[in-house]
Ligand binder design. Structure first.
Ligand code: BYC
Length: 325
């Protein structure tokens, strides 16, 4: 069932200089590349890499928040959180479907994740210790995700770009609800304010890391920009996020945990922006390589869900075969 209906991309066009130049011309003219179009192997490969990592991030990203559904403080908060976590599941599905148009099956992608061969966002390897973490994730993690994902609505690959449009609308709701949780806590009792500040302290730096390594160490950015898969570099998006999030923290009287934070008139082509202190890139790479505090739990939970869902897949396959006959 999981390999049926996949497009067969085994007969690739020969990659002559003329073919590569014609492909780049289509990209430069802002044409969308569609699943049946000839494309360079490396373009297909980089899209499968990025889209599948993105899909895994959505599915794994359900876990830290799902952890709080049973403990949400009110019925309203519970309903909102349930809707958000279900949205993330939906995002994973659109993204797996977009990756499948490139010739990889969902089964293969899932196996890569469960064997620890595929990456997913570093941010989801941190624990959610208090209710305020749910606010901080919505505000900062979804806020960072939107910064990264709005430009992906203009990605050169049609199915990915179209999937991102709906995803971004939902991410916008997620960011708002997170900020509203933080605002409520920040206006509450001393304990609630402290809880909000503690969550900000723990999620701030990992949120900055979500954008990926600095441009000087980013192996994929140059080529992905040429192919208009990425429209901004990692550092450019990190800067946009800083400039948006810092005034939001000030508005609710929370302190960004960075002593070196400064307004810098020269940034953003003289329009000014915030410069930040050093990011712990060693921590980032440790987490990316599977050394994050929750890495094992996350994969264990995904494996349990996959194994537990086997009977559903078997039943769906048996039904599909019966209908086909
Ligand atoms: N975590 O050359 P670079 C969400 C890897 S989900 C782990 O700059 P690229 C949400 C990178 O893959 C958020 N790995 O890479 C869900 C590469 O390794 P490989 C996910 C990272 O691809 C639920 C290596 O480092 N969003 O929004 O040009 C609730 C060198 O990096 C990370 C997406 O996936 C990281 N943070 O740029 C709430 C968006 N950063 O693959 C929210 C789509 C880098 O060569 N993805 N690496 O072995 C992208 O935009 C890009 O893939 C990235 C990285 C900006 C993430």
């Amino acid at each position: 069932m999981y390999t049926q209906g996949l497009l067969d991309h085994s007969e690739e066009t020969e990659e002559t200089p003329e073919f590569l130049a014609a492909f780049q011309k289509r990209i430069d003219q802002e044409e969308k590349i569609e699943p049946h179009d000839p494309m360079p192997r490396a373009y297909r490969k980089t899209l499968i890499r990025q889209i599948s990592q993105h899909a895994h991030s959505e599915i794994v990203g359900m876990l830290p928040e799902g952890n709080w559904i049973t403990r949400a403080p009110t019925l309203k908060r519970k309903a909102v959180l349930l809707a958000k976590v279900q949205d993330e599941g939906g995002h994973g599905l659109y993204l797996y479907a977009a990756a499948e148009t490139l010739g990889i099956s969902r089964l293969e992608m899932t196996e890569q994740l469960l064997k620890g061969e595929a990456k997913y966002s570093s941010i989801f390897n941190y624990p959610t210790l208090t209710w305020a973490d749910i606010g901080a994730i919505g505000w900062l993690v979804d806020g960072a995700a939107i910064m990264n994902q709005i430009p992906l609505c203009r990605c050169s690959y049609g199915p990915y770009a179209r999937a991102m449009i709906k995803i971004c609308k939902e991410e916008s709701f997620h960011q708002r609800q997170g900020y509203e949780v933080m605002m409520t806590l920040a206006e509450g009792s001393k304990e609630q304010r402290d809880m909000a500040q503690d969550a900000l302290n723990r999620w701030w730096w990992p949120s900055l890391m979500m954008f990926g390594p600095p441009d000087t160490e980013s192996s994929n950015t140059d080529q992905s920009m040429k192919w208009k898969i990425k429209r901004f570099t990692n550092d450019q998006l990190r800067q946009k996020f800083l400039d948006a999030a810092i005034p939001q923290a000030k508005r609710i009287n929370l302190t960004i945990p960075d002593k070196n934070l400064k307004w810098n008139k020269k940034l953003n082509n003289g329009r000014g922006g915030y410069s930040h202190g050093p990011i712990d890139w060693e921590e980032f790479w440790r987490v990316v390589k599977g050394g994050g505090p929750m890495a094992r739990d996350r994969l264990r939970a995904r494996k349990k869900a996959w194994d537990g869902g086997k009977w559903v897949r078997d039943a769906a396959t048996a039904y599909a075969r019966k209908v086909k006959r």
